[in-house]
Write a protein that binds this ligand. Structure first.
Ligand SMILES: Cc1ncc(C[n+]2csc(CCOP(=O)(O)OP(=O)(O)O)c2C)c(N)n1
Length: 551
């Protein structure tokens, strides 16, 4: 007799094969049988979350480190709460799997044909599928055990190939039905290169590199997403060319590298990175995404920059399609282009501040102060806020030590993403999150999950009482005048540090550097629960590299 499986087990087996060790979930009666009967006895640990958007962000943080993340929710009432997190993962190319526990075939037919509704239904079988269709790389509905293996394999293959979320609608009455067991292992479908396009692109870039006197490599986010860190570093070393990153790709390679100059982010860049980009005569941009966050008050020089991304190269007015980034890097490595003569490079400088322990903390002062705590064991998360600016100029020495969702930029991402980061990180790493107070107010319940599972992120909530960067975007002059903030940028003040009592973790409120030093020491020593440090700063203080717009 041939070996059989069940639909519920099949899905679990495939997820474990892909390296999933944790599943973020909020129970629902349409998913609970799958959770109890198939996930609980497996090697995948269920992390019970408190709301679906936090579960989505946690899965996203997890997937950024592990290459796969997953959440399980209930139909519509749960799934639609996760839309924002899934959309962020789609925009940022993060491979997460959304498993949506769905009413049975019978309930669906009864609702559609008689109007007798089962709870959570909105309009019928299409509602959730249609909602996720535009923000996932595959949407499948598992409603028959014969097609289940094929559909699950298709969705999961799409997830790891495109590195984007996929949606699996799992009908409650499918999980125990027999199906064939998994065959072999799933593997990502590689991006194909057209040999002619690839060869031409390599030749063109090779010529540009050979002729350039001051070439520069701009390392982008796809180097991380496609796992090209080592190859990119080999290319940089072989060519002996300095490199910069973008905020999205900050610390993809160690910032301690002797050829690293700084993060290139328009006018928020360090002087060294901005000067180098201006003065170089050829820039090879590897997997860079052009977003308004990395072109702040500045525009790349398209004539001297070759943009090689996922599957195409754009250089000046030339466009070559079907050139896989990995194949291009391989080709440039194989071309053995002679290295450039070594030059003394001007690098971003990091100043060690002399701060009085009784001194009032400022946004910039906070970052100057925190530098001393960043080492190769630190994994940093920075939320969409003035923290983008401050963290951009931190020196992060650990490769892969920085996580940011700065293309989609949904505030409140980082603190719940830290739940996933803590579960997926190396044992020697410590997670530190820098969040604005407005962002933290969105998803503060992450402290509950983190406490429940004994996770120990250190979450800094920069309490300026306002939606600072929102005001900065709309009218930055307010930061250097007596003008009031827009009413829509004022926050209801919370006693953030007291949330520690609510959730059972540890908290500090600090407004001086001495207080901050003690709080960081206490947080470092607390490895049993999250630590929340409420850092009070004046509402008009902003990081130095944001001042260019404010004046
Ligand atoms: C989910 C979501 N809602 C609204 C916005 C618009 N927005 C962008 S930045 C921002 C303010 C962030 O303020 P805060 O977290 O307090 O940090 P600060 O800039 O003050 O450091 C807002 C509301 C957003 N990006 N994401």
């Amino acid at each position: 007799m041939s070996e059989t499986s069940t639909v519920g087990k099949y899905l679990v087996d495939r997820l474990s094969q892909l390296g999933l060790g944790h599943l973020f979930s909020i129970a629902g009666d349409y998913s609970i049988d799958w959770l109890n009967r198939y996930v609980t006895p497996s090697s995948i640990e269920i992390i019970e979350e408190v709301n679906e958007v936090n579960a989505g962000y946690a899965a996203d943080g997890y997937a950024r480190l592990r290459g796969i993340g997953a959440l399980c929710v209930t139909y519509s009432a749960g799934a639609l709460c996760a839309v924002n997190a899934v959309a962020g993962a789609y925009a940022e190319k993060v491979p997460i799997v959304l498993i949506n526990g769905t009413p049975s075939i019978q309930k669906t037919i009864v609702f559609e044909q008689t109007g007798f509704s089962a709870h959570h239904f909105i309009s019928g079988r299409e509602t959730d599928m249609q909602s996720f269709e535009h923000i996932t790389a595959a949407t499948v509905r598992i409603e028959n055990p014969v097609t289940a293996p094929m559909l699950i394999d298709y969705a999961l293959t799409q997830c790891v190939s495109q590195r984007r979320p996929v949606y699996i609608e799992l009908l409650q009455d499918m999980v125990d039905l027999e199906c064939e067991p998994p065959k072999g292992r799933l593997r990502p479908a590689e991006v194909l290169s057209d040999p002619g396009s690839l060869e031409e692109s390599i030749a063109e870039i090779r010529t540009a590199l050979e002729h350039a006197e001051n070439p520069l490599i701009w390392v982008g986010v796809e180097v991380d997403r496609l796992g090209l860190q080592e190859k990119t570093l080999s290319l940089i070393r072989q060519l002996n060319i300095p490199f910069v990153t973008e905020l999205l790709s900050k610390a993809v390679l160690s910032e301690d590298d002797e050829l690293f100059i700084g993060v290139l982010d328009g006018q928020a860049s360090s002087e060294a990175a901005a000067d180098l980009a201006r003065d170089s005569d050829f820039i090879l941009a590897l997997g860079v995404w052009l977003t308004d966050i990395n072109s702040l008050g500045w525009s790349p020089d398209y004539d001297k920059t070759a943009f090689a991304s996922f599957d195409a190269v754009k250089f000046g007015t030339r466009f070559s399609g079907q050139v896989a980034l990995e194949h291009l890097v391989d080709g440039l490595l194989a071309a053995k282009i002679p290295p450039k003569a070594w030059k003394t490079l001007t690098k971003t400088t990091y100043t060690v501040p002399s701060l009085r322990t009784s001194g009032e903390i400022t946004y910039q002062g906070f970052y100057d102060f925190m530098q001393q705590y960043i080492n190769r064991h630190t994994l940093i998360g920075a939320d969409a806020s003035m923290n983008y600016f401050g963290s951009l100029l931190l020196k992060v020495v650990g490769a892969g030590g920085f996580v940011v969702q700065s293309s989609y930029s949904s505030i409140g991402y980082s603190a719940p993403a830290a739940t996933g980061l803590c579960l997926a990180k190396r044992p020697d790493q410590r997670v530190m999150v820098f969040s604005g107070d407005g962002g933290f107010q969105m998803t503060a319940q992450c402290l509950s999950t983190q406490t429940r599972f004994g996770l120990d992120p250190i979450i800094f909530v920069i309490d300026n009482g306002v939606y600072g960067v929102e005001q900065w975007l709309a009218d930055a002059s307010v930061f250097h005048s007596d003008e009031p903030f827009y009413r829509s940028c004022l926050l209801h003040p919370w006693n953030y540090s007291r949330l520690a009592e609510v959730f059972g973790c540890q908290g500090w409120r600090v407004d001086t550097y001495g207080g901050l030093m003690d709080a960081v020491a206490g947080a470092m020593a607390n490895t049993r629960s999250p630590s929340l440090i409420q850092v009070v700063v004046p509402d008009k203080s902003i990081p130095d590299n944001a001042n260019w717009k404010a004046r």
